[in-house]
Design a protein around this ligand. Structure first.
Ligand code: NAD
Ligand code: NA
Length: 399
């Protein structure tokens, strides 16, 4: 069938199999171009492996370090006449490439928050890998059904305390307007957001993996966080999602204690703002990203998810001398280039100037749009979008 983009607000309802495969191919080529990661991981579990940072982590481990990988994600499989989600096609393409390169790759498609998927994953590790030496935790979800209480928690993206008014952009039309986001009205919104995006599920995973004996001596685990500039603090770091990130970062000491007797260690890596399915849903952030991209590209320091994760692996998690550079709060920072004073000063200046009329000129809104479409396999010059697509991609390694 012929598959074209069908956009509703900040989501694209369709994904292109050959285009997503091109996206995977490009990411693999990038990782290969950087050479092998010395002392890299060998057996890796990635939770949230089908899109964004988790997918890029999986590609970095497999093609940068010849790692066997197990991916966990929640995606819709392809069926005749009914294309699957981008994450499904990404994973299918990744597994085909990995297997062609002689690398072990299998995936579990299901709810990572559930006890059942954790048990299934443990069984698969026992059966095929024995143990894993790296666990990447990269879930981004609007909801979580708690496995112990059965309560369905929904996260919210809101300020805490006072209403927040600032600029935002509709990245499809390029219209810049003011948006006011009202603060939460009850504290439960914070607790729910923490329940979904905080550290509890990461802890449940590590506890259960450890109890099952499937974590190797010296295991590492890493989860991803964000800080960003002051201008997004009200909606991001000081808002409900920021409370969840505080909670995620606050889980590190407990995990380190848990992993101590097997010489394991846990990290949170603070990553750069990037176009992903999750970040395009946050008001104000797309305008910030389009200005940030402009400034970082001009300075020659722009990175996408794959550049970020390859650098995280090669220059932070797996260094030649085994030292992992951390900030004063114990976090890995690969948002270091985003947060450089010269970058932030220029973005802040452009932020004040940005209007519908000058947006194309002063920002990289074109690059934003392009990356948004890339997430779903569209806008790749190598792909003919008028041609028939093979929407059914059969991958027995995804169960
Ligand atoms: P993403 O939406 O691209 O990826 C989310 C992944 O989680 C997908 O693989 C999806 O299938 C999986 N997932 C969601 N719900 C699931 C469930 N119930 N069971 C199993 N899998 C499920 O998101 P992303 O932007 O790559 O975010 C990953 C992490 O990185 C998040 O913690 C996010 O806060 C963080 N981060 C993102 C940015 C950014 O700008 N995008 C910046 C810094 C940090
Ligand atoms: Na991810």
């Amino acid at each position: 069938m012929i598959i074209q983009p069908r956009v509703r607000g900040f989501i694209c309802l369709t994904s292109h199999p050959e285009g997503t495969a091109q996206n995977i191919q490009n990411q693999i080529e990038y990782v290969k171009s950087k050479g092998k990661i010395a002392n890299g991981p060998k057996k890796v579990l990635v939770i949230g492996a089908s899109t964004g940072f988790g997918l890029a982590s999986r590609i970095s481990a497999a093609f940068g370090s010849d790692a066997a990988t197990i991916g966990v994600f929640f995606e819709k499989p392809a069926a005749p006449g009914k294309p699957g989600t981008a994450g499904w096609y990404n994973s299918a393409a990744f597994e085909n490439e990995a297997q062609a390169a002689g690398l072990y790759a299998k995936s579990i498609n299901g709810d990572a928050f559930s006890d059942e998927v954790k048990a299934k994953t443990i069984e698969l590790i026992k059966q095929d890998l024995g143990q894993v030496d790296l666990v990447v935790y990269s879930l981004a979800s609007p909801r979580r059904t708690h496995p112990k209480t059965g309560v369905a928690h929904a996260s919210v993206l809101k300020p805490i305390g006072v209403p927040f008014t600032d600029k935002t952009v509709d990245f499809h039309s390029g219209v810049v307007s003011d948006i006011t986001i009202n603060p939460i009205e009850n504290e439960e919104d914070i607790a729910n957001t923490v329940a979904v995006m905080g550290g509890e599920d990461w802890k449940f995973w590590i506890e259960e993996l450890k109890a099952a004996g499937v974590l190797a001596d010296g295991v590492k685990t890493v989860a991803y966080s964000y800080i960003g500039p002051e201008l997004t603090y009200p909606i991001y770091r000081n808002g409900t999602i920021g409370r969840a990130k505080d909670d995620l970062e606050g889980t590190v000491p407990a995990l380190n204690e848990l992993l101590n007797d097997i010489n394991g260690i846990s990290y949170v890596s603070v990553n750069k703002a990037l176009v992903t399915q999750s970040s395009s849903a946050i008001p104000v952030v797309p305008l910030y990203i389009s200005l940030l991209y402009k400034v970082m590209k001009e300075k020659g320091i722009h990175e996408g998810t794959i550049e970020q994760m390859q650098r995280l692996f090669a220059e932070r998690l797996y260094t030649a001398d085994g030292q992992v550079a951390l900030d004063e709060k114990g976090r890995i920072r690969v948002d270091d280039w985003e947060m450089r004073a010269d970058v932030q000063e220029e973005v802040a200046k452009l932020w004040l100037q940005a209007t519908t009329e000058n947006l194309e000129e002063i920002s990289d809104i074109k690059g934003y749009r392009d990356e948004f479409f890339h997430l779903f396999g569209f806008n790749f010059p190598e792909v003919n979008y008028d041609a028939d697509s093979n929407e059914v991609v059969n991958v027995p390694s995804i169960t």
